[in-house]
Write a protein that binds this ligand. Structure first.
Ligand SMILES: [Zn+2]
Length: 269
C-alpha cells in the first residue's frame, strides 16, 4: 500500500499521528491476525520464542465525524534465553460504517493488523563469518526501516567486503586503474569455483545494490520499500551462510570423519 493510497482514503490524520513515531509508512506492511495469533514472535538474536512483557493498546477515533479509526498496539517482548528486548508495533485501520454493516461476530478475531518491528537485537552471526562482513551486514539491517536505499547500498558493500576477504585485488597491478565490483566478482567466482546458483544470486545483489547507489532518489524511493530491502538482506545473509558457514561445517564434518576412521577402522600396528 503506497503512502498516496492512505492519503486518498482520508487517513491523513492517522498517518500524521503515526509519522510522529518516525515510522516510514510507504511500504506494504506485513498483515497479521493479532487477536488470533496472540503474537508469537521470535528473537532476532537467538531465534527463541519471545515472552510478551507489556502491551499498550489504544483506539484513535476522529472527533470530526469521520468513520475512520485506527487501533494501535505496542508490545514489548523479552527473550527468555538472551534477555534482549524487542518492540513491535501493530496497527489496524477501520471504518465504523463498515463495522455497523457487518454481521460477522468473529470479525475482531480475524481483524488484520500491520506489523512493524521498531526495535530488535541484531542477528547473531556464526563465528565462521568474518567480522568485517558481519559488521556491514548488521549495518544494512540497522538502517533497513529508516532507509531501504541505504540498506541496498550496504548490501552491495557486503560484496566488496567478501572480495576483500578472499583477497581479490581492487586495483590493477602495474597501473593505477581501479577494478570494478563486477570484475572483482568474476575473479572471485573463478578463484572459489562457485556454483552457478550462487553466482546468480551474488550478481543479482550487485545489480540491485547498484540501483540503490546510482538511481534517482525519488524514483528509487517510490519503487523500493522496506520489504524489498528486507528481501535483499535475506539474500545477502544466504550468500554469507553459504560462503562461510557451509564451508566451515563441511570442513568440521570431514575432520570428524577422518578422526573416527583413523581411530576405529585403522587397526593398531
Ligand atoms: Zn534471544
Amino acid at each position: 500500500m503506497q503512502l498516496t493510497v492512505f492519503y486518498s482514503n482520508h487517513h491523513y490524520n492517522f498517518l500524521r499521528k503515526i509519522r510522529t513515531y518516525n515510522i516510514i509508512m510507504y511500504y506494504e506492511p506485513e498483515l497479521y491476525f493479532y487477536n488470533l495469533e496472540k503474537p508469537r514472535e521470535f528473537c532476532n538474536f537467538c531465534q527463541t520464542l519471545l515472552d510478551s512483557q507489556r502491551t499498550y493498546s489504544h483506539e484513535n477515533r476522529d472527533d470530526y465525524g469521520s468513520p475512520y479509526y485506527i487501533i494501535e498496539i505496542f508490545e514489548i517482548f523479552l527473550c527468555p534465553s538472551c534477555d534482549e528486548v524487542t518492540l513491535i508495533y501493530y496497527y489496524s485501520f477501520g471504518n465504523e460504517d463498515d463495522d455497523l454493516n457487518r454481521n460477522d461476530e468473529n470479525y475482531e478475531l480475524f481483524r488484520k493488523y500491520h506489523r512493524t518491528v521498531l526495535h530488535a537485537p541484531n542477528k547473531q552471526f556464526h563465528h565462521a563469518i568474518p567480522q568485517s562482513i558481519a559488521e556491514v551486514t548488521r549495518q544494512a539491517q540497522s538502517v533497513l526501516f529508516k532507509s531501504p536505499r541505504a540498506s541496498f547500498i550496504l548490501c552491495r558493500a557486503v560484496l566488496e567486503e567478501i572480495c576483500n576477504h578472499f583477497e581479490i585485488p581492487s586495483e590493477r597491478i602495474n597501473s593505477k586503474g581501479y577494478v570494478n565490483l563486477n570484475q572483482r566478482l568474476n575473479q572471485l567466482f573463478e578463484q572459489e569455483k562457485m556454483s552457478k546458483d550462487l553466482k546468480d544470486i551474488i550478481q543479482g545483489i550487485r545489480e540491485l545494490g547498484n540501483e540503490g547507489a546510482h538511481s534517482d532518489h525519488l524514483t528509487f524511493t517510490k519503487q523500493v520499500n522496506v520489504e524489498d530491502a528486507g528481501n535483499l538482506l535475506m539474500l545477502v545473509n544466504y550468500v554469507i551462510e553459504r560462503l562461510y558457514v557451509d564451508k566451515y561445517q563441511q570442513k568440521t564434518a570431514e575432520e570428524a570423519l577422518r578422526r573416527l576412521k583413523d581411530k576405529i577402522l585403522k587397526p593398531a600396528e
